[in-house]
Design a protein around this ligand. Structure first.
Ligand SMILES: [Zn+2]
Length: 53
């Protein structure tokens, strides 16, 4: 069932440790909508790549 996908644009997952949420290809954040807020509040935004501009 679980395919071994390499890091691809359309197969990213939430960067939160216990979260396996699959991120939408339209979501350029590293976290899902839930942890995006949470991570920001806890100041643990270790986003590998940012897409602000
Ligand atoms: Zn998450």
């Amino acid at each position: 069932m679980a395919k071994t996908l390499k890091t691809s644009a359309d197969g990213r997952r939430c960067a939160f440790p216990k979260c396996n949420c699959l991120l939408s290809i339209y979501n350029h954040e590293s976290y899902c909508h839930v942890h995006r807020d949470q991570a920001a509040q806890e100041g643990m935004r270790k986003t590998p790549y940012r897409h602000y501009g």
